[in-house]
Design a protein around this ligand. Structure first.
Ligand SMILES: CC(C)(COP(=O)(O)OP(=O)(O)OC[C@H]1O[C@@H](n2cnc3c(N)ncnc32)[C@H](O)[C@@H]1OP(=O)(O)O)[C@@H](O)C(=O)NCCC(=O)NCCS
Length: 169
C-alpha cells in the first residue's frame, strides 16, 4: 500500500465509485445496502457527481491508494432553507484499509470543509448502536449521541438500535 491521498470525486470516477460501494456493501452489515445493492448505477452516480460541482453543502471525498479507492465519505444536505445547515455524514473504508487512520482523516477533512462553507452549522449521522468502532470514532471527533431509534434495524430476525448522532460546528 502506498501513500493515501484525498480528493473530491470527479465524474470520471463514477464507475469506480459504484464498484467500490457494491463491493464494500458485502464486507459489512453496518451499511444500509448489501453487496451489489448500492442504489445508484454508473449513470446516476455520474449525474450525482455533476450535481456536486459548485454545490456548497454537498461533498464526496475519496481516500485513494494510487488508483484504488480506499474509502469514501460524504456530506449530503437538503436544499431546503430551513434544513440546509444540517449536513448528513456517510462513510465507509474498505476492510483492508481500516484501522490506519483513514476514517479519522476523511471525517476531519469533512468537518474542516463544512466549517468553511459558510452554511453548514451541524453534522448529523445515524449509526447502529453496536457499531462500536464507528461510534468511538465519531465520539473521538466531537459527535455526541443525541437519540436512539430503538429496534430501527431488522437484520436476519434480530433487531438493532440506531443512534442518532450529531455535532455542532
Ligand atoms: C467505521 C470506519 C469508517 C472507520 O474507519 P477506519 O479507517 O478504520 O478508522 P480509523 O482507523 O481512522 O479510526 C479508528 C478509530 O475508530 C475507533 N476504533 C477502532 N477500532 C476500534 C475498536 N476495536 N474498538 C473501539 N473503537 C475502535 C477508535 O476511535 C479509533 O481511533 P484511534 O485509532 O485514534 O483510537 C470503518 O471501520 C468502516 O468503514 N466500517 C464499515 C462501514 C461502517 O460501519 N460505516 C459507518 C456506518 S455509520
Amino acid at each position: 500500500m502506498g501513500q493515501i491521498t484525498y480528493c473530491t470525486a470527479k465524474e470520471s470516477d463514477a464507475e469506480k465509485i459504484v464498484a467500490f460501494y457494491n463491493y464494500v456493501g458485502g464486507e459489512t452489515s453496518y451499511l444500509s445496502f448489501e453487496k451489489d445493492e448500492y442504489p445508484m448505477d454508473v449513470e446516476a452516480q455520474a449525474e450525482s457527481i455533476r450535481g456536486l460541482e459548485g454545490n456548497e453543502t454537498n461533498i464526496m471525498l475519496m481516500a485513494m491508494d494510487g488508483e484504488e479507492i480506499a474509502g469514501i465519505a460524504t456530506i449530503s444536505s437538503s436544499h431546503k432553507v430551513k434544513a440546509r445547515h444540517d449536513g448528513g455524514l456517510g462513510i465507509v473504508v474498505a476492510k483492508r484499509y481500516q484501522g490506519q487512520g483513514i476514517g479519522t482523516e476523511l471525517i476531519r477533512r469533512l468537518i474542516e470543509w463544512a466549517k468553511g462553507n459558510g452554511i453548514t452549522r451541524r453534522i448529523s449521522l445515524d449509526t447502529r448502536a453496536d457499531n462500536v468502532k464507528a461510534v468511538e470514532l465519531y465520539m473521538k471527533l466531537g459527535f455526541i449521541v443525541e437519540g436512539c431509534r430503538r429496534n430501527a434495524t431488522l437484520l436476519d430476525g434480530k433487531y438493532y438500535d440506531i443512534y442518532v448522532m450529531g455535532m455542532m460546528l
